[in-house]
Design a binder for this molecule. Sequence first.
Ligand code: UD1
Ligand code: CA
Length: 466
Amino acid sequence: MNRGYAIAILAAGLGTRMKSRYAKVLHRAGGQTLIELAVGAARRLAAPGQIHVVVGHQAEGVQQTLAGSGVQFVRQTRQLGTGHAVLVGRQQLQAWKRVLVFYGDCPLLTANTLRALQKRHAATRAAATLLTTRLVNPTGYGRILRGPRGEVREIVEEKAATPEQKAITEINPGVYCFETGPLFKCLASLKPNQAAGEYYLTDVIAGLVGRGLRVEALLVEDASQVLGINTRAELAEADAVLRRRKAQALMAAGVTIQKPETVIVDAGVSIAPDTVLEPFVQVLGRSAIGPGCRIGSHSILRDASLAGDVVIEAFSWVEDSRLGRGARIGPYARLRPGNVVGAEARVGNFVELKMTRLGARSKAQHLTYLGDSVVGADVNVGAGTITCNYDGVAKHQTVIEDGAFVGTHSTLVAPVKIGKGAYLAAGSVFTEAVPPGALGIARSRQTNKPGWAAQRQRRQTGARKH
Ligand code: UD1
Ligand code: CA
């Protein structure tokens, strides 16, 4: 037998109270699914081979979410209760001396608390040691029943509790260390709980006590850690706690966050010191932001990579794009996936980029669409320039070489290439290459008709007299 710990995370339930077509543990808080959060905490104490996730509802989805993590899966085909969920893992789990069990819907649990529980369990040498906490409103949680000397005797579920038991504020967060031997002995003889017809893991506590074995408890002060997610409202609470934790960690590491309660930063985001997040910013996914940047209010960055000193002005959207040092984006810019913006380049208001490279110091400041384009360095893209990259069937490339000057309201029908240092006349439609250094004009010549306005007026008054 392995003398260490196995970890069992129960995640087979649907989560009826979520009223969702997705399994509960696939919902997100702080930018991660609940199951990723649970496994994340477990990974801080154990190798993937020690971690066993009990899956059932949407097992494929849950396994896919954890793909590559190396954790083990146990299939619970029918969800007959938390006790049954542990029992289906018997074969794998009883290879270990001890097992730490917790639920996949408990996303605020920290590795430190799990470690403290293990430590207490090792010190007391009890058959089981469980976490408990006190809640002002304990409704919905199992209550801890203690004997005259304060010893843990039993956990009674909300459904089965008498009014006096419901008044008990010490609750069961659902985090337990068990000696696997006695645990599986009890589980094997467990009867379905009378109140619900399910096999309750919580009934194991009374089972162990009935066998003359000792159960110990570790009371945690910080009740916010053990919030179990059963409803969307609780999911929102957990999300708020995780956002606050992330903001606090970033601020501690030198990031300025204005109105942190309004800012949303996902768990996987990194931000270097002296970057400023203005109110209502969202930084999502795998974004990485360098030092000294400023992210303007209401901007949303997803999987964005920013070098140092980048400025994103308010109300901009940046997705899966790389921005070089000192680049300035927005306000009101939209960077769709696949852009590389060079150092000190500028992308201004109502400019959309998609799969485009914009060279160093190049500017597209107003009302422009650049798609599937390769733009060199020091290019000026005039207001209202549009690349026609799509012919209804396929996408085509626009190339604009270094130092070119693209006049206002140019239409570039791809594939098309503008040579180095070329000038494009405003309001032109380009369907052919413009050679380096040339001036390209593609519009009809202007004609002026002198005195035309007065002639028209005379014609109109003459017509009215007749
Ligand atoms: C459970 C506890 C309760 C505790 C609370 C803490 C039991 C009987 N009750 O109640 O004492 O206060 O958590 O949040 O354990 N699951 C399975 N297979 C099943 C049933 C459940 O894997 O057959 C999983 C669920 O996916 C979930 C977890 O176990 O992640 C807990 O189940 P849930 O139904 O949410 O239990 P609670 O009613 O919250
Ligand atoms: Ca629950």
